[in-house]
Design a protein around this ligand. Structure first.
Ligand code: BES
Ligand code: MN
Ligand code: MN
Length: 462
């Protein structure tokens, strides 16, 4: 891979310019006002895949945003790597909290990124990470050092639940046949502590609507006499967790995978600083389920969070009113063996059951996703470990992540393939938040590490 690595260092500047161009396109999948931008992002990517030498490049239409596909089959007898990533991004709002406009990428230094980071929506999640693969494959093709077949499938709907990708995968099993799936859409512990993600949490997401009286009421005339849906919603939500932050929904923990003391001890070896954690987000202390460490609470334990809550008067000044309705969006992160549909049903039944007579409850489920775990003794994991060892000079640590990529479990079910999660982002990169960024070190390290994965994977599959 010497020629490939030389090619990468010779073309560093262009690789960065090209990523910046991609980041200028506001490919926000959730907001239909940006549909044209999502489409032009897919087109720009397809142009790139053709330019680097992939064959059968296609913008595959779906009922939603298109999937960009391309492949390089050098020898049907060689192993095949299927790369997955997403070119869609989260909405940029609240836009006024960005230091620079979200779709005008700029490079700035930070404490954790002393050699600079690209600030833009999608810089880390996932354009920057997805594009590392495009550039790494470009380099291997250019230098004729590609040791495996490669297929690339980049979708435009990851941030909205990948529903149409699931249909595509079901229908295109032949085209997508491969030996391993390779994804860079997660993170690592620190730039000098590389890690490989071995688990993703699942997700159950519901929206609740409480209705009290048939109209908004004067809070003096009616206050104290009727159930105020906002008050009730707050106490119902509060009751979902007890004083030890355990969920009170009956059956919620029934299927939760329990890790052995050895497994937990192994996990605890990964470096973690409580102080640095608190300092990085300006809090005095952490908060969570009794009996578990912060890294455990954020990875191997299920959680419940209100993502939004609204109702009543929120304008200027005071208005004395009891609103007829109150709303909340609630997410539950799930761990191995928990089934999102089952959890959603348990939530619905429980939330109905705890509502007082004075209100009625409507629960609407949104898209969810299954958890996933990847074994550390698979060929794919070992090849990734070799690759990090080569590029970072140290052995990567396996770490379970708290985030979700629902399609990963689906890949395993439909294609029978394991996924290797080679993520290069940091938790502090502010994905989904204002001032999202991605370190230049991380971008280039990713491009450098990926060819080593191909090399080791090809060798190990012989
Ligand atoms: N790339 C993230 C998931 C992620 C980030 C996993 C960091 C591990 C570490 C992905 O784009 C994402 O945001 N997923 C959503 C779920 C999806 C259904 C909207 C999530 O985790 O909230
Ligand atoms: Mn992502
Ligand atoms: Mn995301």
């Amino acid at each position: 891979m010497l020629q490939t690595q030389n090619y990468i260092s010779e073309h560093k500047e262009r690789f960065l310019d090209q990523l910046m161009e991609l980041l200028r396109i506001p490919s926000i999948s959730a907001d239909s006002a940006y549909n044209k931008d999502v489409a032009s992002c897919a087109e720009a990517l397809a142009v790139d895949l053709k330019r680097i030498g992939l064959d059968n490049v296609e913008i595959c239409p779906t009922d939603g945003h298109p999937i960009v596909y391309g492949e390089k089959i050098i020898d049907p007898n060689l192993p095949t790597v299927l790369v997955y990533g997403h070119y869609d991004v989260q909405p940029a709002d609240p836009i006024d909290l960005w230091t620079n406009p979200p779709f005008e990428p700029i490079i700035k230094k930070t404490d954790l990124h002393p050699s600079g980071a690209i600030f833009a929506r999608g810089a880390c999640d996932d354009k920057g990470q997805m594009y590392m693969h495009v550039k790494a494959v470009e380099a291997m093709i250019a230098k004729q050092e590609l040791p495996c077949n490669v297929k690339m499938m980049i979708e435009g709907e990851e941030e909205v639940g990948s529903e149409n990708l699931a249909v595509f995968v079901e229908n295109e099993k032949e085209r997508l046949s491969a030996d391993i799936i390779l994804v860079s859409d997660t993170g690592m512990l620190a730039n000098d502590v590389p890690s490989i993600t071995t688990g993703l949490r699942g997700l159950s997401y519901v929206e609740v609507e409480l209705t009290g009286p048939n109209r908004d009421l004067h809070s003096g005339l009616y206050g104290g006499c009727v159930a105020n849906p906002i008050n009730i919603l707050c106490s119902m939500i509060d009751s979902l967790q007890d004083e030890n932050q355990k969920m009170t929904i009956p059956g919620f923990y029934d299927d939760v995978e329990i890790l052995s003391a050895e497994e937990r001890a192994e996990m605890a070896k990964a470096p973690f600083s409580h102080e640095a954690y608190c300092k990085s987000i300006d809090i005095q202390d952490t908060h969570g389920e009794k009996g578990y460490s912060t890294p455990e609470r954020g990875s191997i334990r299920p959680t419940l969070d209100v993502n939004g809550i609204w109702g009543g008067y929120t304008g200027e000044g005071a208005k004395t009113v009891i609103a007829s309705k109150a709303y909340a969006k609630i997410s539950m992160r799930l761990v191995p063996n928990q089934d999102p549909d089952k959890i959603t049903k348990l939530f619905c039944d429980h939330f109905q059951a705890i509502a007082p007579k004075g209100v009625s409850v409507k629960v609407t489920p949104h898209h969810g996703g299954e958890p996933a775990v990847t074994p550390v003794d698979s060929v794919g994991y070992l090849a990734a470990s070799d690759a990090y060892q080569k590029s970072f000079g140290v052995k990567p640590i396996p770490v379970r992540s708290g985030g979700s990529i629902p399609i990963v479990a689906m890949f395993e079910k439909e294609l029978g393939l394991k996924t290797v999660l080679m993520g290069f982002g940091l938790d502090s990169d502010a994905i989904h938040s204002p001032d999202e960024h991605y370190g230049l070190f991380n971008y280039y390290k990713g491009i450098e590490t990926i060819p080593y994965f191909y090399e080791s994977f090809a060798k190990r599959m012989k």
